[in-house]
Design a protein around this ligand. Structure first.
Ligand code: ADP
Ligand code: ZN
Length: 430
């Protein structure tokens, strides 16, 4: 099923020609109207007309998060403020936020990309989407909302939290599709489990879109199994519209990144050099259709790889892997690089582990992993707990090559967050 079959299955050649045409337009627009780019272009001694082939993108300056912050609030705008109809800010936790502007056309284009994603995964008119992301300054909920309405789906703007009401909404309106963070999906599962609700028997759910935080294949499996649904990975960031940048199709083998709207590059985060397809590196994105706020070579900090080869679904837009980590989330313990997701993958593969966990980095490079264990397995027998702790410690050690201290906790001990979960507490910098 396709929303825009022509463009979703466009030949690589035609796609690249379209990218080049749009790249030239974007560069001209950015250079003409945004002083930040004007200055950077003249510092590097390049002109928009130097872009002759797609690979010339490598001549352009990068845009970093700090650049968006430094130009807050209006510095990155390419149009008059009267043309802007929506403001979002990014959920960044430190310093000034980043302001993201949309023109009418930008809103409609972002919704168009979501429509492709929904139809690609079987959501269509007649479906009921319970949108459990945060409404407000974040892009997550609203961009999805507009896209789903475009398809003709009934959208329930539930927002996150208030779990009892969420369950009632699912029951009363027979929600078929959820848009939710992985951490909240896991929490929802634990609440339903405690209350004896079996989604397979009691609800009408068919699929869920999980995004906005990293999660592992094991977490996907756990959620699919509990709810009896298909889980599709959804990737986006506010700087690039929000959700709908890359999304899994029914093959569930990597996320198609909509290359008619974005040029992707994978770079070595240290050197900034482009890496060959199939190698892990930092994802860099250039907008191709954005009017109010074009961004060139944005350093996402997300580590991914391009999955080589064609997808069986027929779409020609290349796929990226699950987000392996953020180059700035990387934990370094005794010289070993660790991504929190490696820890999550191990934990979620162990049956006795419940949903919530926390990674605490202590002084002297010690790492403590605090894990809630599942209620049914919490029988209070010390021997069982010791064995479980040893098993978790051993499995983590062989994955991250450092022996962590593992603390087992009763279910419900760790705080539950509504937005993005805080998994890593770094006491070394406190
Ligand atoms: P911030 O960068 O301030 O957290 P956003 O709310 O725009 O702001 O979050 C975007 C980031 O969220 C991405 O750069 C990525 O790190 C993370 N993210 C979004 N979707 C996914 C996903 N499906 N898997 C892993 N990480 C994701
Ligand atoms: Zn596909």
């Amino acid at each position: 099923m396709f929303w825009q079959k022509d463009i979703e299955t466009i030949s690589r050649r035609a796609l690249e020609a379209l990218q080049l045409k749009r790249l030239k337009q974007t560069v001209r627009l950015a250079c003409k109207n945004i002083p930040f780019y004007q200055e950077n272009f003249s510092a590097l001694n390049i002109k928009p007309r130097d872009i002759i082939a797609l690979k010339d993108i490598q001549k352009l300056p990068f845009t970093a998060r700090e650049d968006l912050r430094a130009n807050y609030p209006f510095g990155m705008l390419a149009v008059d403020t009267e043309q802007v109809v929506r403001l979002h800010t990014s959920s960044g936790t430190t310093g000034k936020p980043k302001a993201i502007f949309f023109s009418k056309k930008d809103i409609s284009q972002a919704a168009e990309l979501i429509a492709r994603c929904l139809v690609m995964t079987g959501t269509t008119k007649g479906d009921v989407l319970q949108n459990m992301m945060t409404y407000g300054l974040f892009t997550g909920a609203l961009v999805m909302h507009y896209g789903a309405e475009k398809v003709g789906v009934l959208v329930i703007p539930a927002g996150p939290g208030n779990t009892q009401r969420q369950i009632a909404l699912m029951q009363d309106f027979k929600s078929t599709t959820l848009h939710i963070t992985p951490s909240y999906a896991l929490y929802l599962a634990s609440v339903m489990g405690n209350e004896g609700i079996d989604p397979k028997r009691d609800l009408s759910l068919r699929r869920a879109y999980l995004g906005s935080e990293p999660y592992s294949e094991e977490t996907r499996n756990k959620i699919e199994k509990f709810f009896g649904i298909d889980v599709y990975n959804s990737y986006g960031l506010s700087e690039m519209n929000g959700p709908g940048v890359a999304f899994e199709c029914m093959e569930k083998n990597g996320m198609h990144l909509w290359e008619d709207n974005f040029i992707m590059e994978i770079i070595d985060p240290e050197t900034g050099e482009n890496l060959p397809e199939g190698e892990k590196g930092e994802l860099v994105l250039t907008t191709l259709c954005r009017e109010a706020m074009p961004i060139l070579r944005y350093r996402t900090r997300d580590i991914v790889m391009i999955i080589p080869g064609r997808c069986a679904c027929g779409r020609t837009h290349r796929r990226i892997s699950r987000i392996i980590g953020r180059s700035d989330d990387m934990i370094i313990i005794r010289g070993v690089n660790i991504f929190p997701q490696q820890i999550e993958r191990v934990l979620m593969g162990i049956k006795a582990v419940a949903q919530n966990y926390q990674i605490v980095l202590e002084a002297y490079d010690r790492i403590t992993v605090r894990v809630e264990i599942s209620k049914d397995l919490f029988d209070g027998r010390v021997e069982h707990l010791v064995n479980l702790r040893n098993e978790i410690t051993e499995k983590l050690r062989s994955e991250i090559l450092v022996r962590p201290t593992v603390e087992l906790l009763e279910p419900g001990t760790l705080p539950v967050t509504e937005g993005k979960a805080t998994r890593v507490i770094d006491k070394r910098t406190l």
